[in-house]
Write a protein that binds this ligand. Structure first.
Ligand SMILES: NC(=O)c1ccc[n+]([C@@H]2O[C@H](COP(=O)([O-])OP(=O)(O)OC[C@H]3O[C@@H](n4cnc5c(N)ncnc54)[C@H](O)[C@@H]3O)[C@@H](O)[C@H]2O)c1
Ligand SMILES: [Zn+2]
Length: 364
C-alpha cells in the first residue's frame, strides 16, 4: 500500500470550485503535511462524533499538529438526529468561542451525517470557510463526500435545509473502514453496487469477481473498490454539478428504497438495505417492461438478494408504499418515474404505472 495517493480531480473548469480527492490507505498520517503545502489556515476545527473520536481522532490530530496546524475539536453524539438546526447552532456557538475565523478550515471526520452537517456549517459560517472532508464510512467515501450536496434535516423532512458547496479537498483513507461494523459496511456496499450498475459494466464485474474478498475487507481490494466507485461518481457529478438531470441515475433503487424507509419509520430497515430492495424491485420492473432480461441476469439478482438480512417484505402494504412513491420528486400525473436498467452500466428513466408496480412487488 505504498506509493503516492491516487488523485482524482473534480474539475469544473473553474479553479475556485474544482477540487482533488486523494485516496490511499494510511493517508490519514500525511494529511497535515499535504495541507501545509496548500494553505496556511489560522485554525483547523475538526468535527466528529463520540464513536469516531476514540477510533481515529488521535491519528488525525497528530498528523495535523506535527505539521504545525492549530487545532480545535468538537465532538457531538452519534446519529442522524444530530443533523438538525439545534446541533447546528450549538456547533456555531462553539466555533465562535474557539475564534474560528474566515481563514480557518473545517474538517468533518465521520460518516455521511458528520459530512453533511459539517459541510453545511462550513458553507454557511461567515458565508463559507474551507471544507476538507475526511470520510470514515464506505457511504461517505464513495457517495456523500463527493458532489457538493450538503444538508441538515427538518422534523418534517430529511435533507430539506441545504445547499451545494464544494470542498477544498477530500482525503479518503480506505484503511479507516477497518473499524466499521458489518451493518454499516454493507450499507456502503449496496451503494457501491448501485454506482456500478448504473455506470460501469467493468466495475460491476470487479465487484462480482471479488465479492468474497470485499466482504472479508481485503485491503488491496477495498482500496480499488473505493477508488473505482469514486471515479465513477465523479464522472456522473461532473456532467451534472447541480443535480438537474444526469445525476438522477444515482437514484437507482432509491424510489422504492425511500418509500420503504418511510414505511418502516427509518428504524427497522437501514438505508442500504432499503436501496437493496429498491434495486431488486427496479430489476423486476425492467423485466416486466421488457427492457431487461432477469432470467439471463439471475446472478445480479442473487448477489443483491443474498446481501439482504430481512428475508421478505410480506408485512408491507403496497398501496401505502405506492402513495408514498407518488410524493417522490420524479412522480408526475399519478405515475411514478423509476430509474431502470437495460444492462449493467446502462440505466434509463421510465414512467411506471401502478399496475406494473404492483406486479413487480408481488414478484420480490
Ligand atoms: N450529501 C450526499 O450527497 C449524501 C449522499 C449519501 C448519504 N448522505 C447522508 O449521509 C448520511 C448517512 O451516512 P452514513 O451511512 O455514513 O451514516 P453515519 O454517518 O451515521 O455513519 C454510520 C455509523 O458508523 C459510525 N462510524 C463512522 N465511521 C466509522 C468508522 N470508521 N468506524 C466505526 N464506526 C464508524 C457512525 O458513528 C455511525 O454510527 C445520511 O444522513 C444521508 O442523508 C448524503
Ligand atoms: Zn443512498
Amino acid at each position: 500500500m505504498r506509493g503516492m495517493p491516487m488523485k482524482i480531480k473534480v474539475d469544473f473548469g473553474n479553479r475556485d470550485i474544482s477540487y482533488n480527492i486523494e485516496i490511499k490507505s494510511y493517508l490519514l498520517d500525511s494529511i497535515g503535511k499535504i495541507l501545509q503545502k496548500k494553505r496556511n489556515y489560522s485554525k483547523i476545527v475538526i468535527l466528529t462524533n463520540e464513536i469516531v473520536f476514540p477510533l481515529w481522532y488521535k491519528k488525525l490530530n497528530l498528523s495535523l499538529s506535527n505539521a504545525g496546524h492549530k487545532i480545535e475539536v468538537i465532538v457531538i453524539p452519534d446519529g442522524e438526529k444530530q443533523k438538525c438546526i439545534k446541533t447546528y447552532n450549538q456547533i456555531i456557538s462553539q466555533m465562535l468561542k474557539d475564534k474560528i475565523d474566515r481563514y480557518s478550515a473545517l474538517i468533518p471526520l465521520g460518516g455521511g451525517v458528520i459530512g453533511d452537517l459539517g459541510g453545511y456549517i462550513a458553507s454557511t459560517y461567515m458565508r463559507g470557510i474551507d471544507l476538507i472532508h475526511v470520510p470514515t464510512t464506505l457511504v461517505a467515501q464513495i457517495d456523500s463526500s463527493i458532489g457538493g450536496k450538503l444538508a441538515i434535516d427538518h422534523p418534517q423532512a430529511k435533507n430539506i435545509i441545504g445547499n451545494f458547496y464544494n470542498p477544498a479537498q477530500v482525503f479518503t483513507d480506505p484503511n479507516i473502514l477497518s473499524t466499521l461494523n458489518d451493518r454499516e459496511f454493507r450499507c456502503g456496499l449496496f451503494e457501491a453496487i448501485k454506482i456500478a450498475l448504473v455506470s460501469s459494466q467493468k466495475l460491476y464485474a470487479f465487484i462480482t469477481e471479488n465479492f468474497d474478498s470485499i466482504l472479508n475487507r481485503k485491503k488491496r481490494i477495498i482500496q480499488k473498490l473505493v477508488t473505482d466507485c469514486v471515479q465513477e461518481k465523479v464522472m456522473i457529478v461532473k456532467q451534472d454539478p447541480f443535480d438537474q438531470n444526469r445525476r438522477m441515475i444515482l437514484n437507482f433503487g432509491h424510489t422504492f428504497g425511500h418509500a420503504l424507509e418511510t414505511a418502516s419509520n427509518y428504524r427497522k430497515i437501514s438505508h442500504g438495505e432499503a436501496v437493496g430492495w429498491g434495486m431488486l424491485l427496479a430489476l423486476h420492473i425492467s423485466d416486466i417492461l421488457k427492457i431487461f432480461d432477469l432470467q439471463k441476469n439471475r446472478n445480479m439478482y442473487v448477489l443483491i438478494r443474498n446481501m439482504l438480512n430481512i428475508r421478505d417484505l410480506k408485512k408491507l402494504d403496497p398501496e401505502q408504499i405506492w402513495k408514498t412513491i407518488l410524493l417522490d420528486k420524479k412522480a408526475r400525473d399519478g405515475n411514478a418515474r423509476f430509474i431502470l436498467l437495460k444492462k449493467a452500466g446502462k440505466p434509463v428513466m421510465q414512467v411506471v404505472s401502478k399496475r406494473t408496480f404492483m406486479k413487480a412487488v408481488s414478484r420480490i
